[in-house]
Ligand binder design. Structure first.
Ligand code: F0G
Length: 424
């Protein structure tokens, strides 16, 4: 008897079925590809399998917070390129909950992945699939985190990596990682959207595997942020999931994870998604306000360089995610982002500016009454504090209620005493 295929890959636009090991990231019609898992196990067996792997197993593969869910991510035989990754904590801090105005807020800290951002979850799957498809080199455009992650996984796989980043607009920690992990790093005179156009042309012209989130396997990996969070909550979904949004790969991945979890019977209720954009980079918010009747493109500019994107590639599938989850889209100012960051940092957790947009967005939605004070909310912190040291230093260099400027002194006890009197 022929076994049912464990996975299908189809074009989301025209419905054409594609080979699972397709080297192309897109359909000939221009549509984005979508992977569709078809596990043979039912919900009880799947949950038991995931829970058992979480408790024990080979720390390299089973212990990965991505590959533990492999029936829903990328089944099949063959080696996987894993760090491992995932297994990120769900933090609760009274000071942050009080500032946001919620009784039940937790923070899923994806900055605690191996390269310091959620990108590792998508990259372990996309790199594994690139190797299986016989790729000889990998490439991406990035605002910094994708390139840091791809460079690390390519190094592990022994593949040359080619990175396109907007010159002068990438945080120091991220650029340092791409260089350190050995990627050929191109500082492009242009913005992220220009970099994405150029890398797509490069991939077509020179046959280099494209690992941006238009690659369907990136989304498959990023679904595990939601799956792992549900598992940590013993499969009790929260009322809301709040996340920052740029290219909209993550919003799309979250929508897909929730749709599949519901269809497979892993959960019986779907949380609502809230996608938060920086006000200076909010094309998706504009589309949302227009009832998604048209797609907007803008020139992007924000302190949260990670989400400084004017033309999000995953727009259409993110629309589906918002619609299917009765979700909302909102924007927050750079000042709100940095205030939220100071609260998260000051609680001893820390995150990069883009991640703080989720916390600022949650506070705004509570204040507007969109999220009830009694709701259970998970906000996703997407990147680590140390990714963007300049943002921290320039914020704290000035005076202000949330600021903590460093104090220069002469090496004398009297000067220490003077500071102690003022600060303690
Ligand atoms: N948060 C951080 C820290 C990011 O790096 C990104 C995206 C996002 C949020 C938004 O996720 O694009 O899926 O909507 N960073 C990409 C990069 C663009 O190149 O590192 P998204």
């Amino acid at each position: 008897m022929k076994r049912k295929a464990e996975y299908l890959v189809v074009c989301a636009a025209c419905g054409a079925q594609m080979p699972v090991l397709s080297p192309r990231p897109q359909c000939v019609c221009g549509g984005l590809l979508e992977a569709r898992p078809r596990p043979s196990e039912g919900p009880r067996a799947l949950r038991a399998l995931f829970d058992q792997r979480r408790r024990s197993g080979d720390p390299r593969v089973e212990g990965s917070g991505v590959w533990r869910f492999r029936e829903l991510i990328l089944p099949g035989q063959g080696a996987v390129i894993t760090h491992p990754e995932g297994n990120t904590p769900l933090y609760r801090r009274d000071a942050i909950s009080a500032w946001v105005g919620l009784d039940d807020l937790s923070l899923k800290h994806e900055g605690e992945n191996p390269t310091g951002s959620f990108k590792d979850r998508g990259m372990t799957v996309a790199t594994t699939q690139a190797v299986r498809a016989g790729a000889t080199a990998v490439a991406c455009a990035s605002t910094g985190n994708t390139s840091a992650s791809m460079a690390a996984y390519a190094a592990q796989a022994g593949l040359p990596a080619l990175v396109f980043v907007p010159a002068g607009k990438v945080a120091a920690g991220k650029l340092a990682q791409a260089l350190a992990y050995g990627a050929t790093t191109l500082l492009v005179n242009g913005d992220f959207d220009t970099c994405l156009r150029l890398v797509r042309e490069t991939s077509e012209a020179f046959g280099v595997a494209l690992l941006n989130s238009i690659n369907p396997w990136r989304l498959e990996g990023q679904k595990t942020i939601v799956l792992e969070m549900l598992q940590q909550r013993l499969w009790n979904p929260p009322d809301w999931i709040v996340l920052p949004a740029g290219a909209l790969g993550n919003t799309s991945a979250f929508g897909k994870a929730l749709r599949e979890a519901r269809e497979l019977g892993l959960i019986s209720r779907v949380p609502r998604l809230a996608s938060v954009q920086a006000r200076g980079a909010s094309p998706f918010y504009k589309s949302y306000r227009a009832g998604f009747k048209r797609r907007y493109r803008v020139h992007a500019e924000t302190v949260a360089t990670a989400i400084s994107i004017g033309d999000p590639a995953s727009h259409d599938r993110a629309v589906r995610a918002i619609r299917e989850t009765r979700g909302v889209v909102t924007t927050v100012s750079d000042a709100e982002i940095m205030a939220a960051k100071a609260i998260v940092d000051g609680a001893g957790i820390g995150c990069e500016p883009a991640s703080a947009a989720a916390v600022a967005g949650a506070r705004q939605l509570v204040r507007k009454g969109v999220i009830r004070k009694g709701a259970s909310v998970v906000a996703v912190l997407t990147g680590h504090l140390l990714k963007d040291p300049e943002a921290v230093m320039s914020f704290h260099d000035r005076r202000g209620r949330l600021r903590n400027p460093p104090v220069k002194i002469e090496p004398r006890l009297a000067e220490v005493e003077r500071v102690l009197k003022r600060r303690l």
